[in-house]
Design a protein around this ligand. Structure first.
Ligand code: F6R
Length: 341
C-alpha cells in the first residue's frame, strides 16, 4: 500500500507534483468561474494546515485582485464572527471539520454566498456550500496533511488566476516540475541540527510567513519538537530571548522585495548565536555565506517558491521525525479529521 515508501507521509510528499498538476489540469467549471469573478470581498475559514493555505492565499491574492480578503479560524468564527458579507470560502481537505462546517453554516444563514475547497467528493462541506471546487490530491492516509496542502494551494492559485484573467496559466501548468526538483533534496545536515533541539523557529515574510507557520506545525505534529513559526521581523520583539546555540532557526529567504531585510534579520539571529538553516534560490552565494546550512530551491516565479519551500520544510520534519523514530503516520493524540467543535 505504501508503494515502497517507509511511510504514507513520504509517499504522499512524493505524490505532490501529481496532486498539484491534476488539480490544475482538471480546472474549474463555469459556476466556479462566475462566483469567483463576481466576489467583491472574500472571507476564508479553515483550521490547521488548511488555515495556513488560506493565509498564503491572502498574501498572494490581495495585491493582485484588489479586493479585501479575511482569513478566520473555524473555531473562532462561530463565537467571534467577522462582518458577515461577501463570499465565504471554507478550505478543508476532509470536508468534515466540525468548526469549519459550523462557520460555513453560519455564513449561509446570514445569506452569504458559500464556497467549498475540498478533497473529498460528497463530503459534508459539499452539501453545505453553494459552489464547490474540488482539489485532486487523491486519498490522504497520513494524519499530517502534505499533498492536500499542495492541492489546496493549486485550487487557491487557480482562484487568483481567474481573478487575473489567466495571467498565471503558464506558471501553473509547469509548477509541478519545480516541486519534483526538490523532492530528493538532501536534508541530513539540517536534520542533524534539528533532531537534538528542544525548540526550532521557522521564519519568513509575506507568503513565506504562513509557509513558516506550516513548517512549524509539521515539525510539532510529527517529531514532537517544539517549533514556532514567526514573521521574521517579529523575533526581535520577544522570542530573541530564547535564541541560543542549541535553538536552530529555519529562515525561508527567496529573492524579492523582502530579501534584504530577511538577510539583516538572519544576521541579527546569528549575532545571538542561533544556528541558521536557510532556504534560498540556487546560486545565492550571499546567503550561503552567512548561514550554517543552505538549502537550495529552484529559481522560479515567487508563487512556485511558496510550493517548493513548503515541500522542503515537510521533508525536514519528516526526516527529523524518522531520526527520532516517531510514529509518523499516526502522531500521538491526533485524528485525521476533527469532527467535534
Ligand atoms: C495538520 C493537519 C490538520 C488539518 C486540520 C483541518 O497536518 O492535517 O491541521 O489541516 O485538522 O483539516 P481539514 O482540512 O480536513 O478541515
Amino acid at each position: 500500500k505504501k508503494g515502497g515508501f517507509a511511510h504514507f507521509m513520504l509517499k504522499e510528499i512524493f505524490e505532490q507534483p501529481q496532486a498539484f498538476y491534476e488539480t490544475i489540469r482538471v480546472g474549474v467549471d463555469d459556476a466556479v468561474r462566475k462566483v469567483i469573478r463576481s466576489a467583491e470581498e472574500i472571507t476564508l475559514v479553515a483550521c490547521g494546515t488548511s488555515y495556513h493555505t488560506a493565509l498564503i492565499f491572502k498574501y498572494l491574492a490581495e495585491p493582485l485582485c484588489n479586493i479585501p480578503i479575511r482569513v478566520e479560524l473555524g473555531s473562532e468564527f462561530k463565537y467571534y464572527p467577522p462582518p458577515l458579507r461577501g463570499l465565504v470560502i471554507a478550505v478543508t481537505q476532509s470536508g468534515e471539520t466540525a468548526d469549519t462546517m459550523a462557520a460555513l453554516k453560519m455564513a449561509k444563514a446570514h445569506n452569504c454566498p458559500t464556497f467549498a475547497i475540498t478533497n473529498v467528493q460528497g463530503s459534508t462541506v459539499t452539501r453545505i456550500a453553494d459552489t464547490t471546487l474540488m482539489m485532486r490530491a487523491g486519498p490522504e492516509i497520513s494524519v499530517a496533511a502534505t499533498k492536500s496542502y499542495i492541492a489546496q494551494l493549486a485550487a487557491l492559485m487557480q482562484i487568483v488566476n481567474i481573478r487575473c484573467d489567466g495571467a498565471f496559466d503558464d506558471m501553473l501548468a509547469h509548477a509541478h516540475l519545480a516541486i519534483d526538483e526538490v523532492l530528493l533534496q538532501d536534508m541530513a545536515d539540517a536534520v542533524a541540527l534539528c533532531r537534538t533541539a528542544e525548540h526550532v523557529f521557522f521564519v519568513g515574510r509575506g507568503p513565506f510567513y504562513p509557509v513558516s507557520l506550516e513548517g512549524a506545525l509539521k515539525m510539532k505534529e510529527i517529531s514532537y519538537i517544539h517549533a514556532e513559526g514567526y514573521a521574521a521581523g517579529e523575533l526581535k520583539h520577544g522570542p530573541f530571548a530564547l535564541l541560543t546555540p542549541e535553538t536552530p532557526v529555519v529562515a525561508v529567504c527567496p529573492p524579492g522585495a523582502t530579501y534584504p531585510v530577511m538577510v539583516s534579520n538572519i544576521k541579527e539571529m546569528k549575532a545571538r548565536r542561533a544556528p541558521i538553516i536557510a532556504l534560498g534560490v540556487k546560486g545565492d552565494s550571499e546567503l550561503e555565506e552567512i548561514v550554517d546550512i543552505f538549502i537550495p530551491i529552484p529559481d522560479t516565479h515567487p508563487m512556485v517558491q511558496v510550493l517548493t519551500t513548503s515541500v522542503v520544510l515537510q521533508l525536514l520534519s519528516y526526516h527529523t521525525a524518522c531520526a527520532l523514530q516517531c510514529d509518523i503516520d499516526k502522531p500521538r493524540n491526533l485524528a485525521k479529521s476533527v469532527t467535534v467543535e
